[in-house]
Write a protein that binds this ligand. Structure first.
Ligand SMILES: *Cc1c(COP(=O)(O)O)cnc(C)c1O
Length: 394
């Protein structure tokens, strides 16, 4: 049976080029970058090169890139750090959105327990924040605005440059969780008025456990980890040299092929939308224009998302109903509730996230197996029966 991996928003396959680049840093050049002898210095140079590659891809300077263990760590550092800087000046208000990743939302919850106040902006039915809402929410006490670049469940892309401009006019720091966007859409931190940006390697064909925080020069975030002089003393600990080397290669490869990849992936995604929209009582979640190339998100009424995933898995399709963190729990996704879906509709959600490795045959396979699965699930569903009854009585 065909195996179709359609969950690239959860993680991606490491590219062969990345593996090849990483290997020598596990075997031959295993030195500690802080050591002065030559294999240490070889590792040191490799980390410096990767830092330059990440900086180049974002339009940043090398000294503005700090390697971390991934997206969650970068989000935590940026938000808690900006909160600490704000608190020193008596500013204890932060602004974010209702549909952020849990790395952001749970960090906000932790800060609320410490006496900070947080405004959660609406994202409306199209899943897009309105810049005027950001402007209205900013007060004299605001120390940070953080808005994700692209949503991980419904793929909607936010007006980042515009939000950044408003923050700068008001003298407020602006952070974006760009974990879903980096490598997939064009980003320039200077042109888009971004002060801090989080990224994660495993979402664009590098390995899990490595990421970075871009932090504009002059912003003096408190150190994340005390210890050695790594990452300018701000995030101590011997570097994940192979992971960092892979991150640099992956971001360069993705940036070089960004436009052709986006075109290819979006064409496959649009074919999925077209085919799946023929299923009755279905809806596309979020704006269709301002959207990540690989993101497909739909709801099917009278269908239970978890059962849908299990049946797709039996047909060789790896998909998701929401974020990996909410799958496994029975609560509907906070993202789908944030765009105004009713609980029973949000339960029937399906996210397919395509990537560069997917093919037209993968799309054919999904479109072949999906409609009969939905039919079968609806045949067994009391909710569907109820929906049909209601329609008859109309
Ligand atoms: C995956 C993801 C994260 C977490 O990144 P990790 O590297 O897995 O910690 C954060 N934010 C978004 C939007 C994500 O998609």
């Amino acid at each position: 049976m065909r195996y179709v991996y359609a969950d690239n928003a959860a993680t991606t396959a490491v590219s062969p080029h990345v593996v090849e680049a990483m290997l020598p840093y596990m075997t031959e050049h295993y030195g500690n970058p802080s050591s002065l002898y030559s294999i240490g210095q070889t590792a040191h140079r490799a980390v410096a090169k990767a830092r330059a590659q990440v900086a180049d891809a974002l339009g940043a300077e090398e000294r503005e890139i700090f390697f971390t263990s991934g997206g969650s760590e970068a989000d935590n550092w940026a938000i808690k750090g900006a909160a600490a800087l704000g608190a020193k000046k008596g500013k204890k208000h932060l602004i974010t959105t209702k549909f952020e990743h849990h790395a952001v939302l749970h960090t906000m919850a932790a800060l609320e327990k410490q006496g900070f106040t947080v405004t959660y902006l609406d994202v409306y039915e199209n899943g897009i924040v309105r810049p005027e809402d950001v402007e209205k929410a900013i007060t004299d006490d605001t120390c940070l605005v953080t808005v994700m670049y692209a949503n991980n469940e419904i793929g909607t892309i936010q007006p980042i440059a515009e939000i950044g401009r408003i923050c700068h006019e008001k003298g407020v720091l602006f952070h974006t969780d760009a974990v879903q966007a980096v490598g997939h859409v064009k980003i320039n931190v200077k042109e888009q008025n971004i002060d801090m940006l989080s990224l994660s390697g495993h979402k664009f064909h590098a390995v899990k456990g490595v990421g970075a925080l871009y932090c504009k020069k002059g912003i003096r975030l408190p150190n994340l980890i005390e210890g050695g002089a790594q990452e300018s003393g701000r995030r101590a600990g011997t570097e994940n040299v192979p992971g960092i080397v892979g991150l640099g290669v992956a971001i360069t490869d993705m940036t070089e092929h960004l436009e052709e990849n986006a075109k290819k992936v979006a064409a496959m995604r649009d074919r999925l939308f077209e085919g799946a929209s023929k299923i009755s009582h279905s809806r596309i979640n979020g704006d269709t224009e301002h959207r990540l190339p690989g993101n497909f998100s739909m709801c099917f009424e009278g269908v239970e998302g978890e059962s849908l995933l299990l049946m797709l898995d039996m047909q060789g399709v790896a998909a998701s109903s929401g974020s990996a963190c909410t799958s496994g729990s029975l609560d509907p996704s906070h993202v789908l509730l944030a765009i105004g879906l009713k609980h029973e509709v949000a339960h029937g959600s399906l996210r397919l996230s395509l990537g560069e490795n997917n093919t037209e045959e993968d799309v054919d396979h999904i479109l072949e197996v999906l409609p009969p699965i939905i039919d079968r699930l609806r045949d067994m569903s009391p909710l569907w029966e109820h929906i049909m009854e209601n329609e008859k009585n109309k």
